[in-house]
Design a protein around this ligand. Structure first.
Ligand SMILES: Cc1ncc(COP(=O)(O)O)c(C=O)c1O
Length: 351
């Protein structure tokens, strides 16, 4: 296979396998299940590596992603999202449930009743989502029992409770978000028990909160980004630069203004820039350099006084948010001397 034209996404297979194995070993040692979020890689080959390393199944964000991973051989998917189940969505979920174990999120009695109209008796289970501080979706923990009871009344067996502590994406919030996560999940589990419903799964996890996750409370972890790492994790201190497994390979096309200009812009690496980010991506070869300007096809890099790499040289650029970068590419190029194309099959499966 000839080298692809830049910009392309490169995956270091060794680092990828190490990241997968390291967390799988930690989960196994602690006796908790791992259900990685596959929206990060959208790639059945990588899902298979995670399952082979001991993951109990995969988390996905949409029914379309669930279909892509079941078609790719995964036998157990959880849609970690409060679905509003229409007749069409119900038919797709039922069809999936003929080939795989399927579960999804609920965070309202109305959502549970609506889902029950199309899915009662299908064997598809639900998990009640609780808000642990991210304030996106999820009910307050002490209301989880009422939603669970509504789901059971609607004919949907309740597997347990889940949360996404997304407020861990801030400097100095890693530990407190993990504490919020454990407290919310413990309260939610108690709320289900008060309704006579025993939660079999208590599921949490974002990549930044993993280090401090309370594995006495959580029975399942659902991180996604850990598989590759990215510049956000690098700057939060949760992935070491030498563990980052995915980069965008980009060519130096200009030295205009004494800065480095790469041929990778927002259409290759995504435009995400969190409040704490120091730029639009990082360069492992130039740790003090910062991407100070990003347009559709250009990343402009201030090299902080370092010698400018020559025009035409190819550099690794670490995207800020790897999930957003992967979603822009049809293929991940994996390996070292001989690059293999792995299809990003679930790309664009947003519905
Ligand atoms: C519901 C849910 N679970 C798990 C994750 C994975 O967390 P991370 O992206 O920090 O790895 C996400 C990420 O958005 C999520 O929304």
């Amino acid at each position: 296979m000839s080298t692809p034209a830049t910009p392309y996404l490169h995956v270091d297979a060794e680092r990828l396998r190490t990241n997968i194995r390291r967390l799988a070993d930690r989960a196994a040692d602690a006796g908790v299940a791992l259900r990685p979020h596959a929206k990060t890689h959208k790639c059945p080959e990588i899902g298979r590596l995670q399952l082979d390393a001991g993951a109990v199944g995969l988390t996905v964000a949409t029914i379309g992603e669930a279909e892509a991973f079941v078609e790719g051989g995964c036998a157990d998917v959880f849609v970690g999202y409060p679905l509003w189940v229409t007749e069409g969505a119900g038919a797709r979920l039922r069809s999936l449930a003929e080939r795989a174990t399927v579960a999804f999120g609920v965070d309202s009695a109305a959502g549970a009743e609506q889902a029950g109209r199309w899915l009662a008796g299908s064997g598809i289970e639900v998990l009640v989502e609780v808000d642990s501080g991210h304030h996106r979706t999820g009910v307050p923990p002490d209301e989880a029992g009422a939603v669970a009871a509504a789901a059971e009344r609607a004919g949907l067996p309740v597997r347990g409770v889940f949360t996404f502590p997304g407020h861990s994406y801030a400097l100095d919030a890693l530990r407190s978000a993990a504490q919020d996560e454990a407290a919310a999940l413990a309260a939610a589990a108690a709320s289900l028990r008060a309704q006579g419903i025993e939660p079999r799964v208590v599921s949490g996890g974002s990549t930044p909160s993993l280090r401090d996750a309370d594995l006495g409370v959580l029975t399942e972890l659902r991180p996604g980004v850990y598989v590759f790492g990215d510049a956000q994790q690098w700057e939060l201190g949760t992935t070491a630069p030498q563990d980052v497994a995915l980069t965008c390979r980009a060519t130096v096309v200009s030295h205009a203004g004494g800065r480095l200009v790469l041929d990778a812009g927002s259409k290759a690496i995504g435009a995400d820039r969190a409040a704490y980010a120091t730029g639009w991506g990082r360069l492992p070869a130039l740790p003090d350099a910062r991407v100070v300007l990003l347009s559709e096809h250009h990343a402009v890099v201030d090299v902080a006084g370092a010698p400018l790499p020559p025009l035409g040289s190819v550099l690794d650029l670490v995207p800020n948010h790897v999930c957003a970068a992967v979603n822009l590419h049809d293929v991940l190029w994996v390996g070292e001397d001989r690059l293999l194309p792995w299809a990003v099959t679930a790309r664009g499966r947003n519905a």
